[in-house]
Ligand binder design. Structure first.
Ligand SMILES: [Zn+2]
Length: 52
């Protein structure tokens, strides 16, 4: 499940598997889906991460 957190009053969405944070829930879901399916991160997705 994508986790919603508050980072300095900015809402971020965390991939619960790799713990990267995104400002768009869409990317967090894509990341988590990819992490689940392939056990690794996709650079195409993680380049959108705003919190590591
Ligand atoms: Zn991920």
């Amino acid at each position: 499940m994508v986790k919603e957190i508050d980072n300095n009053n900015t809402r971020l969405f965390l991939c619960e598997i790799c713990k990267l944070g995104y400002d768009d829930v869409k990317f967090a879901q894509m990341c988590e889906h990819h992490c689940n399916a392939s056990n690794s991160c996709s650079l195409e997705i993680t380049k959108h991460a705003v919190l590591k």
